[in-house]
Design a protein. Structure first.
Length: 148
């Protein structure tokens, strides 16, 4: 008898919990009335930079600034900065030049004016670093006893 009353009370409490959950999930804001938002809620989006091109002076500023930041970042962790400066400088110059080729106006503005790195710049940096650092020929194995 106790087992039946326990099961019955569990079913009632489960039903009650389900009903309360369903009622609690309802939202008065979600109605079938599809009125547009008021003008105070809308945020205008500027699309002026999407189709604009980057001037050559902005590209040169980007290349110079990015190259300097890259060299400083790499030399900060270097054990011998004087010897590594030339090697790192060449790699950073290659990366900055590679990134400058398809630089957009939005990316240039974020980097030069707002001093932020956009996600697209991070992706381009990784692609440029792979491209520039893979150009070097890998070392060859030593040839012993005249056999290639």
């Amino acid at each position: 008898m106790k087992k039946k009353s326990f099961i019955k009370s569990m079913c009632v409490s489960f039903s009650l919990a389900t009903v309360l959950f369903m009622v609690g999930c309802s939202d008065e804001k979600t109605s079938t009335d599809k009125t547009p938002a008021t003008n105070s809620e809308k945020v205008p989006v500027s699309h002026t930079l999407l189709n604009s091109t980057v001037t050559s002076s902005d590209k040169q500023k980007f290349e110079h600034t990015f190259e300097n930041q890259c060299v400083q970042r790499e030399l900060k962790n270097s054990a011998n900065p004087e010897n590594d400066k030339v090697r790192v400088g060449k790699a950073c110059e290659c990366i900055a030049t590679f990134m400058m080729k398809d630089l957009t106006a939005i990316e240039a503005e974020k980097f030069l004016i707002e001093h932020e790195n956009a996600q697209s710049l991070t992706i381009k940096y990784e692609n440029a670093a792979y491209h520039c650092l893979q150009q070097k020929t890998p070392p060859t194995a030593p040839h012993l006893f005249g056999k290639p």
